[in-house]
Design a binder for this molecule. Sequence first.
Ligand SMILES: CC(C)(COP(=O)(O)OP(=O)(O)OC[C@H]1O[C@@H](n2cnc3c(N)ncnc32)[C@H](O)[C@@H]1OP(=O)(O)O)[C@@H](O)C(=O)NCCC(=O)NCCS
Length: 170
Amino acid sequence: MSNPQPIIRKARFNDGPAIFKRIKAHPNELVPRPISDIMLNIDRFLVAEANGEIVGTAAWSVLPELDTTKNPSVEIQSVSVREDYQKAGLGRRLVEAALARVAELKPDQVIVLTFTPPFFAKLGFVPVSKEKLMYKLYKGCINCTKYDSPYTCPEEAMALDFRNWKGNAS
Ligand SMILES: CC(C)(COP(=O)(O)OP(=O)(O)OC[C@H]1O[C@@H](n2cnc3c(N)ncnc32)[C@H](O)[C@@H]1OP(=O)(O)O)[C@@H](O)C(=O)NCCC(=O)NCCS
């Protein structure tokens, strides 16, 4: 029997533990997040729910830039689809739903650091040099225990120009 089509909705406090588990299920692809961080940012999470279970997540974070304080970037984070729901368009639906929420903030650009560049390329993201994302690298990488420098980390930096974003980016 095939899986039911999950619904995508805003996360709620009581989704916290399921989100924590979902992110931890991808130790090589996703940065694990403490439950406290998830709860403090629960209003920046979307979840995909099927049969009462959380089968996908996507989140975003705001990255201020000191020299252009009026134009912070937004980072897409914690994109996860449970294995048995992958390759059926759910990852795309989650990121597009997150981008629609982010669009309300009118950022100039949306960025991602990822081990899965082809997935984000399908959504319109293009590679950028890590040097251009120092504010993100500072915030996200400063406490990293996996790599000694963002430049030795194999995660790739990608960006989506949001100034003319009209919705379906691909
Ligand atoms: C990456 C991930 C979110 C993709 O979810 P998914 O539901 O399988 O993706 P979709 O089915 O929506 O795929 C959308 C498009 O991206 C492509 N795609 C998805 N994963 C891909 C991959 N690993 N490599 C190449 N292309 C990929 C699909 O073929 C599809 O292309 P199409 O629109 O031409 O058909 C999922 O594999 C996952 O949770 N991986 C582990 C965590 C992770 O890597 N998260 C992203 C890092 S920030």
